[in-house]
Design a binder for this molecule. Structure first.
Ligand SMILES: C[C@@](CO)(OP(=O)(O)O)[C@H](O)COP(=O)(O)OP(=O)(O)OC[C@H]1O[C@@H](n2ccc(N)nc2=O)[C@H](O)[C@@H]1O
Ligand SMILES: Nc1ncnc2c1ncn2[C@@H]1O[C@H](COP(=O)(O)OP(=O)(O)O)[C@@H](O)[C@H]1O
Length: 292
């Protein structure tokens, strides 16, 4: 028996940090959605009680450090499953990019093994399990569009934002989420995202309003370390993008573009100095409704 899952990348339309908590995590308020840039997972039952991960990507761990491995181990232990699984990861999401590549693989593994082993675990329970794997995993379990609070696990679903194109640029640098949060100082933030305006714009399907209200406080940490992030953002806007923002802790920058006719200019302009440019659509409805 085999199951397949698509594991899309997330982007943060807004990211605000409210305070540092006693447990070392940061209390956040962020609006998250997904894009149609996705890893593909193939999961096949094994007769032996073991977890084996493979991938065409040579740059991610394939042992217990892989988040898909950790997700499989967790679900096996928690539900007393004695069977094994072989997971092949077709990795297409850039790594350490602010796109939750590992988290979405973990979430896809939870969804896939739930089906493979007929466990009938409800989505909310899968999200709870996901919390043990990482702050972004609960959102990645259901996808869609949501506002996340707490350390990212307290989710309120939102309606889909107005449809648009998303141009993603991943500069050739790796950024560690823990390092960015570690350097973050809440009292030094100069510009916060306009979260309420963004919520209103999404609700009213107001594309221009949405682009005007984008914001991410972690830019204030990542941009001084990697000024190319600002340059990419400014280039996107100069080439005609309607809005541009760094996703998560970075370094990926995304542009929102409403009119298809603008895409060629933006893509070609960015390709002039960036190797990794992806043009995709927003994937703003929950995954259960879109699974292929
Ligand atoms: C910044 C965001 C925005 O969506 O995404 P990425 O840039 O990683 O994609 C997330 O908050 C990242 O979530 P995730 O990558 O799952 O983080 P975790 O594995 O739980 O935590 C990694 C480390 O980041 C810090 N961390 C994470 C979440 C949070 N709310 N506060 C924190 O301080 C902690 O130091 C933690 O040890
Ligand atoms: N399945 C996976 N895909 C990508 N990275 C993974 C995976 N499992 C573990 N990792 C590790 O997780 C770290 C963060 O990767 P990633 O989830 O891509 O970052 P981000 O959340 O910033 O997009 C990397 O150090 C990577 O080696």
């Amino acid at each position: 028996m085999k199951v397949y899952e698509k594991a899309p990348a997330k982007i943060n339309l807004s990211l605000d940090v409210l305070r540092k908590r006693e447990d070392g995590y940061h209390e956040v308020e962020m609006i998250m959605t997904m894009v149609d840039l996705a890893d593909r997972l193939e999961m096949e039952e094994l007769p032996r009680d073991t977890i084996i991960i493979s991938s065409q990507a040579g740059y991610i761990p394939l042992d217990e450090k892989n988040l898909a491995f950790q997700a499989a181990k967790l679900i096996k232990e928690r539900y007393g499953v004695k069977k094994g699984v072989y997971i092949h990861l077709d990795k297409r999401i850039p790594v350490s990019a602010g796109l939750a590549g590992g988290s979405t693989d973990a979430a896809a593994t939870l969804r896939g093994l739930n089906r493979l082993w007929d466990l009938n675990i409800p989505s909310q329970e899968l999200q709870k399990l996901g919390e043990e794997l990482g702050s972004d995993v609960p959102f990645c379990v259901t996808g869609g569009t949501a506002i996340a609070r707490g350390r990212g696990e307290k989710l309120t679903p939102l309606g889909a934002p107005p449809p648009c194109w998303v141009v993603l640029v991943k500069p050739p640098i790796n950024v560690s989420t823990a390092d960015v949060y570690g350097r973050f100082r809440v009292d030094r933030i100069e510009r916060r995202p306009r979260t309420q305006d963004l919520l209103r714009a999404i609700d009213a399907s107001d594309f221009a309003g949405m682009c005007g209200a984008l914001g991410n406080v972690l830019e204030e940490v990542t941009i001084p370390m990697h000024p190319e992030v600002r340059y990419i953002k400014e280039s996107m806007l100069r080439l005609g993008a309607d809005g541009a923002l760094m996703s998560g802790s970075g370094p990926t920058v995304f542009a929102l573009v409403q009119r298809e006719s603008k895409l060629a200019r933006i893509y070609n302009g960015l390709r002039g100095f960036c190797r990794e440019v992806h043009v995709v659509r927003l994937l703003a409805t929950p995954l259960e409704q879109t699974r292929t």
